[in-house]
Design a protein around this ligand. Structure first.
Ligand code: HEC
Length: 153
């Protein structure tokens, strides 16, 4: 064995090990939902979830209301920024639960069941086409139930 092939023999497993550790970190239960929000969502939605006027909806104004209806819950699971993210099903379920805890307000999320990895997996098989139309229809039904959400983002 030459010195070079010996070094390569050490380097490759070391690199592979590094990749495995990095991948495991990004997805392990220990990496918190908040960290995943910071990495995958915050760039658009902002640290405090207020979004960008007329471009990105404020999670503070919507999550607490959407979570209270089945169609709103389904929308939360299937909105492209969430469902198309690189997060695993379990990690995305964790982020969605964190969103409810963080942005739904004291009362709004109470009593609603947690999102599960199985639910995320099933939702990801049904991509949402016509996001804005779907959101508008849900907003109309929410408003009829006395839960108005901004639609002009
Ligand atoms: C590249 C920018 C971007 C990223 C990254 C992003 N989003 Fe979004 N998000 C949007 C936009 C834009 C909308 C409005 C709907 C649409 O056009 O898809 C939205 C809508 C939403 C909504 C619905 C809010 C409402 O009032 O209708 C939720 C919930 C949401 N995103 C969660 C997430 C989560 C969770 C992540 C991270 C895993 C994420 N988003 C990452 C841009 C983004």
């Amino acid at each position: 064995m030459t010195a070079r092939s010996f070094r390569r023999g050490l380097l490759l497993p070391a690199l592979a090990g590094l990749c495995i550790v990095t991948a495991a970190r990004a997805d392990s239960p220990a990496s918190s939902a908040e960290q995943n929000y910071v990495l995958r969502c915050q760039g658009c939605h902002g640290a405090d979830g207020v979004g960008v006027a007329h471009k990105i909806p404020s999670l503070r104004d919507s999550v607490g209301k959407l979570i209270r209806r089945d169609d709103g819950r389904d929308f939360l699971l299937r909105v492209p920024g969430a469902s198309n993210s690189a997060l695993s099903d379990a990690a995305l379920a964790g982020v969605l639960n964190w969103l409810v805890e963080r942005f739904a307000g004291e009362e709004a999320g109470k009593g609603t069941p947690d999102f599960t990895a199985a639910e995320v997996m099933a939702a990801r098989r049904r991509p949402l086409v016509g996001v804005h139309r779907a959101r508008l229809e849900i907003a109309t039904r929410l408003a009829a139930a006395g839960l108005s959400t901004p639609v002009d983002y």
